[in-house]
Design a protein around this ligand. Structure first.
Ligand code: CUA
Length: 171
């Protein structure tokens, strides 16, 4: 069968693109570690998320190791607890693991300017870890459409100098 030269060229180009696309998706899933929210973070009762063994009262917890902190965040229409009415406070030079769940519908939890960007799914706990070397202020945004107040759903994270961080203070 005779295939025209240009037709063959386009066939090859299309095949190369398909291989490239599959390659980027594979790299994202395996190399860069992007993934969907799954059940590894555990499950909680969405009507009473603090009742689960794997989800604590929302807030900041000093971790078992030095410089490690755990932040439990509830996302709900249309706020983050903590984060919206008062900022989440963590010290600098720390490794922070966020545990995020939702009490109503699917929300997003993004710490703008970091690699923290996850879905908050009712009944499931998303866990994301990030390092904060320098003090700074970060915005929190919901990036899943969650209702009429979606565009207002935001909060703040303050990374403060370790010297002025009072772990027993109100977060
Ligand atoms: Cu919560 Cu959009």
């Amino acid at each position: 069968m005779h295939v025209h030269r240009f037709e063959r060229l386009w066939l090859v180009a299309a095949l190369v693109l398909i291989v490239l696309f599959i390659g980027t998706v594979t790299y994202g899933a395996v190399g860069a570690g992007y993934g969907m929210v799954d059940a590894t973070g555990g499950q909680v009762d969405p009507t009473a998320p603090t009742a689960g063994d794997n989800f604590r009262e929302p807030g900041v917890y000093d971790g078992s190791e030095r410089g490690r902190y755990d932040v439990y965040v509830e996302a709900k229409q249309f706020l983050f607890v903590p984060g919206t009415s008062e900022p989440i406070r963590v010290p600098d030079d720390s490794t922070v693991t966020f545990h995020v769940t939702s009490t109503d519908v699917v929300h997003g939890f993004e710490v703008v300017g970091t690699n923290v960007n996850t879905m908050a799914v009712p009944g499931q706990v998303a866990t994301v870890t990030v390092e904060f070397d320098e003090p700074g202020t970060y915005g929190l945004v919901c990036n899943e459409y969650c209702g009429s107040g979606h565009h207002t759903m935001e909060g703040q994270l303050r990374v403060v100098p370790a010297e002025s961080y009072n772990a027993s203070g109100v977060n």
